[in-house]
Design a protein around this ligand. Structure first.
Ligand SMILES: Nc1ncnc2c1ncn2[C@@H]1O[C@H](COP(=O)(O)OP(=O)(O)OP(=O)(O)O)[C@@H](O)[C@H]1O
Ligand SMILES: [Mg+2]
Length: 400
């Protein structure tokens, strides 16, 4: 019988709530640090549960399951923001090292609490109001000439929980339906945006913080499709403003780990905060190949209070394109698509999440590094589209 000579328990254990792709890629980073990630997953088939031997099966709304994954861990952290705040407070009271702490995480969970707190801090956000009745939404809609956005206060992601009604009738129907289902709502002004940016930062409990370059995020159908690092043609002043904002917010709110500040750049060159994510975020995936320290390693380092790594970019331009499920999965297998992609674009770095192909589902991403934004973006998008659809957007035929 052979005996393992390395005792994994001599290294810290990070427990992550949620078994999605963010946990899977955090696990990948933990491996390099001599650790494994323990995950709370709903299903053994979840992306992270497929790859870590340390899985607790259960729901993130079940305090007993949360306790089970937390006990013995050095830090408990998240791949999504849907854990009830009161459960996290209970865990903290029991001595669990919850990072980010619940009093910080709430600003990534509750969009109304976030809008209020940021307004108090003097951080620019779109005009907003809570919606307790149809009349609240209508009054705001009339005031803003129906350039408004309704949002679920909690639980939204990838554009689910976001509505853009353009009339009183449509708004009233949405509000009525959502309130009846027990969904709390807010309404805010629809921003006339030039584009969307993301400022990412990581912060440790000790208070060390490091930003990555500010990126441009391109959304399609309310969902992130492409990220360009750094954001093209962003003035030094605006880049500094965005990074400073992210650093200040991380400190003021007591965030720990990776945090994304989703920003709107308005047509007149101002920045408004859209929302916060206190975890690794889609806008940081480029850094897995494109930065000295990517967000997943940095998140683990931060929640364990290690010194943070250099966030220096490794190329003048890095583009990340999400591989989104096609309306129906192509006949060609994923494996065969990968062969063809590698044959055609050896520079493409591919990350697949082990997820089934469903329309618009994030099933992987491609990173390409280079020097020219247009060239790099075209390559990354062409590669991602190929992986989704088994079609080359430039008409190239692998069998010719
Ligand atoms: N006030 C606004 N004005 C203009 N566009 C907006 C506004 N709020 C949201 N959007 C658009 O809708 C998208 C999704 O909104 P938001 O980020 O609040 O939702 P989410 O579903 O929680 O986010 P995520 O896609 O990051 O999970 C934004 O990225 C933006 O494109
Ligand atoms: Mg968002």
């Amino acid at each position: 019988m052979s005996v393992r000579s390395f005792d994994p328990s001599s290294m810290p254990t990070v427990a992550m709530v949620g078994g999605g792709q963010l946990a899977r890629m955090t696990h990948q980073a933990a491996i390099a640090l001599g650790q494994r990630l323990r995950v709370l997953a709903a299903d053994l088939d979840d992306p992270a549960a497929q790859v870590t031997p340390d899985v607790v099966l259960g729901s993130h709304t079940d305090l007993a399951a949360l306790r089970k994954v937390a006990i013995g861990s050095h830090a408990l952290t998240f791949d999504h923001e849907h854990v009830p705040t009161e459960h996290l407070e209970a865990l903290v009271a029991e001595g669990v090292n919850v990072q980010p702490p619940p009093q910080a995480l709430v600003y990534a969970q509750d969009k109304l609490a976030m809008r209020r707190r940021l307004s108090e801090l003097g951080v620019p956000v779109p005009a907003f109001a809570p919606v307790a009745t149809v009349a609240d939404a209508v009054a705001f809609g009339v005031e803003h000439e129906w350039r408004v956005v309704l949002k679920a206060v909690r639980g939204g992601y990838d554009g689910r929980g976001v509505w853009m009604p353009e009339s009183e009738e449509v708004a009233a129907a949405i509000v009525k339906e959502q309130l009846e289902q027990g969904v709390s709502l807010l309404v805010e002004a629809k921003v006339d945006l030039r584009r969307e940016l993301s400022a990412m930062v990581a912060r440790s409990p000790f208070g060390q913080a490091a930003t990555w370059p500010v990126v441009e995020t391109v959304q399609r159908a309310g969902q992130c499709a492409v990220v360009i690092a750094p954001a093209p043609e962003l003035s030094d002043d605006l880049a500094t403003e965005a990074e400073t904002l992210a650093l200040n917010l991380a400190r003021e709110l007591g965030a720990v780990g990776a945090m994304a500040v989703e920003l709107f750049e308005t047509r007149d060159g101002a920045l408004l905060v859209n929302e916060l994510a206190m975890r690794p975020h889609n806008s940081g995936h480029w850094g897995m190949d494109g930065a000295r320290t990517g967000q997943f390693e940095q998140h683990v380092r931060a929640v364990l209070d290690y010194p943070l790594g250099s966030t220096e970019p490794l190329a003048p331009v890095v583009v990340m394109a999400n591989i989104l499920g096609a309306p129906s999965a192509p006949e060609m297998s994923m494996d065969e698509r990968l062969h063809h992609l590698f044959a055609r674009l050896p520079e493409a770095k591919v990350h697949l999440y082990g997820k089934g192909e469903r329309k618009d589902r994030k099933i992987g991403h491609v990173n390409v590094l280079g020097a020219d934004v247009a060239v790099v973006r075209e390559q990354a998008e062409r590669a991602a589209h190929w992986m989704s659809h088994a079609i080359w957007t430039d008409g190239w035929d692998p069998h010719e």
